[in-house]
Design a protein around this ligand. Structure first.
Ligand SMILES: Cc1cc2nc3c(=O)[nH]c(=O)nc-3n(C[C@H](O)[C@H](O)[C@H](O)COP(=O)(O)O)c2cc1C
Length: 266
């Protein structure tokens, strides 16, 4: 009995340390081990050498599994330390699967590098510079929003076209397509301010995706205008997203402390 209490304490401690740090995925081995399971922590390591509580489907309930020194799960057997595991490898006592309620890390805190994306529109490179700085700091993927009909090199011609598109609330076609937007939890959206608003192609892009449950972090550059006037449209274009307050980032040296204040980098 004492042994079991100790085991539980060790397990609870290990879950507190591991469950909040990463979420992994179950995998089967390559032939001839295709019927054997191991747990990929998805950070270059795997579960091995003893017990681990795992909430495989992230529903807030973890089961306890035993892994050998190579990382293979023990299933339908007695573990070397004398506990029964069922055919799925879960620890059972008197036929009952032992479970532990675990907290699921909040989606809004520190995010994995590969679960965030920086998208930006930039005609003359200023916003692109800020986007690249965010990518550098977060490790996010980077993608440019490009109009199918590119804006002219001439400033005055761009002004006329942009003004016309704003008056008509146009949605100019874009060539950018994100294959699997579902993989991203956090999307940084960057654009220059044009007549107080985001350029229309940015809205074309935003309106093409399902934003529910995502965090959208707007950023802009401008000749002086702030970002606030553009945010209403950004929010409308991303229904269901948590759109953070956003920032004008002409001074790229301010980006690091801003992202830190949002809890997006540590
Ligand atoms: C069509 C157009 C409209 C603009 N309107 C504004 C504006 O309303 N307020 C402002 O401060 N800057 C305005 N600007 C300046 C741009 O926002 C600024 O130069 C921006 O940093 C350019 O970013 P980019 O190099 O990524 O294209 C405008 C520029 C263009 C081309």
């Amino acid at each position: 009995m004492k042994k079991k209490v100790m085991l539980l304490i060790v397990m609870v401690m290990s879950i507190l340390m591991s469950m909040t740090a990463f979420a992994g995925v179950w995998r089967t081995g390559a032939a001839p081990n295709e019927s054997r399971w191991w747990y990929d922590n998805e950070d270059g390591t795997w579960a091995s050498n003893g017990w681990q509580w795992i909430d495989g489907n992230q529903d807030g309930t973890a089961e306890c599994y035993y892994f050998d020194s190579e990382g293979w799960i023990a299933a339908d057997t007695m573990t070397p330390d004398g506990y029964q595991v069922n055919g799925d490898g879960a620890w059972v006592e008197n036929g009952l699967v032992m479970t532990l309620a675990v907290s699921i890390p909040a989606a809004s805190t520190q995010t994995d590098a590969n679960s965030s994306l920086v998208v930006y529109f930039s005609r003359t490179g200023t916003t692109e510079g800020a986007a690249r700085r965010i990518q550098e700091l977060t490790g996010a993927d980077l993608m440019e929003i490009e109009a199918a009909d590119p804006y002219p090199g001439s400033y005055s011609e761009t002004l006329s076209r942009a003004e016309r598109e704003l008056d008509q609330d146009a949605r100019p076609a874009v060539t950018t397509a994100i294959e699997d937007m579902a993989q991203y939890d956090v999307v940084y959206v960057g654009y220059p301010i044009w007549f107080g608003y985001a350029p229309r192609p940015v809205l074309t892009f935003l309106e093409s995706y399902d934003w529910s449950g995502k965090t959208v972090v707007p950023f802009c550059t401008s000749g002086g205008s702030g970002i606030s006037g553009s945010l209403g449209e950004i929010r409308e274009s991303c229904p269901g997203a948590n759109v953070s307050e956003g920032r004008r980032v002409n001074d790229t040296s301010s980006i690091e402390s801003w992202l830190r204040s949002l809890g997006l980098i540590s």
